[in-house]
Write a protein that binds this ligand. Sequence first.
Ligand code: FDA
Length: 517
Amino acid sequence: PASPPAVQTCQDFIHCLISGGGGFPSNLIYAPSNPNYSTILESTIRDARFNSTSTPKPSLILTPISTSQIQAAVLCSRRHDFHIRIRSGGHDYEGLSYSYSSHQQTPFPPFAVLDLASFRNVTVNRAEKTAWVQSGAVLGELYYRIAKRSPHLAFPAGVTNTVGVGGHFSGGGFGFLVRKFGLAADNVIDCRGRILDRASMGQDFFWAIRGGGGNTFGIAVAWKIRLVTVPSTVTVFSVVRTIEQNGLDIANKWQSVSSKLPKELSLDLLLTTTNRTKNRATIKIAIFSALFLGKTDKLLNLMQSKFPELGLTGEDCKEMTWLESVVFHGGFPSNATVEALLDRSKNSPLVWTLKYKCKSDFVRGDPIPESALLKMWEKLMEIEPEFGGILMFPWGGEMEEISEFRIPFPHRGGNLYMIQHMAYWSDEGERHVGWLRELYDLAGDYVSREPRSAYVNYRDLDIGMNGEEEEGYERARVWGEKYFGKNFERLVRVKTAVDPENLFRNEQSVPPLPRGI
Ligand code: FDA
């Protein structure tokens, strides 16, 4: 094949888009000189860490409204070796859908963001219990459209309404229905890219796109999903326990109980701190939040027999529809209606105004010893006056039954729960990142090892990054086996077959093997 020209300019790429590649309208291309560039770029930047003057910015933002325009963008990207990054909902924890990692080479190569925000149709087939959802739709829209067609239908995916379908499904996707129905990606039954669908992409390719990570195997435009059935009334609660209220013992017991509860109950635990007490003193609190697919009386009986230590009462519980439960757990004000889920621009105030970093872990086999749990909880006191948390999400249930090889997401049987270590802050500097790494170190002896597993949708560049092409495979294996376990090898084989030129790539995309290997 002819080598690409030595110097590729943005102008070549634009020219290709507009006239050479297939009619990409110029009014859908935004350069930094365009007065709307910043508004569009910032529209789905969810982490203030990646919205500073030093954040690498795209040379262009493309906002296609048809699949042929997406196709044109890919064609011109390949022809001019002009890098594109795909963005659906913009929640990437390292900002990789609209920026480069600051650790990457400097100066970073120019790139364009392909923003799929206009691809947001949701079509529900009630009789078939399926739906087609486009990648630029957000979870709130998806849930709303499904439940409005039938209050008995739902979909098992993430908790926050503004998370984009495109990135979320590409990495797995879990929420309060995971113990009953598995991940979002477990329930994907077809996918349309810019050219292919499930039948034409073949088994391996279709396997890889359901959890093998975004911006790696191509551009997913729309997903066909299997909907699940939920009762018309579900029960939720969110109760707080302090250390004085026996919070440590209860949290400790939670570790061994939560993954063994019936699948109909997901009970997560957030260890954090608060200074909202009368004398403004900071105290440690444990917040237990749950969704139960049934009514209060049954839940109370269940909790009485399996987890009486929590001391749950009828007053703690609220009955509602499944859709209302999404609002309840979504961090909205208490008077918010289900229509709030449609608002793509709103989210928990934390996410809008603060910077944050998260890291993930899986606890397998034995729970964390109580003394170590307390140490980790104590550590959270150091980050005040900002916010730190250890969010623990129970596994078990359906996750115990699905094979680690069914899709690329391998963290299944034997895991008690997943941890998300979190730091949120507003001031300048990186000291909170260092603090979070120390918290992560504290957990190191008690979580999965060799490799220390992580969840690709909680992207964390600390665990490794791609480097030069020659060392691609060996370097990627470091982070790749943490995200994908033994599935990493198969992902590399699929990547080598479907994108040998590595057109779709980022700092943590599975690399192809060099030609001839
Ligand atoms: P974004 O657009 O940033 O994409 C993420 C990655 O996928 C990028 O690499 C991007 O290039 C690629 N990509 C995007 N669209 C693509 C497409 N159409 N085809 C191919 N590649 C594509 N997770 C979870 O499991 N449960 C939860 O409850 C939550 N909650 C949550 C809350 C908040 C506030 C945040 C910030 C994140 C979460 N997450 C989560 C993590 C979330 O699942 C993860 O960040 C997803 O990748 C986000 O998908 P977006 O489309 O929003 O991100």
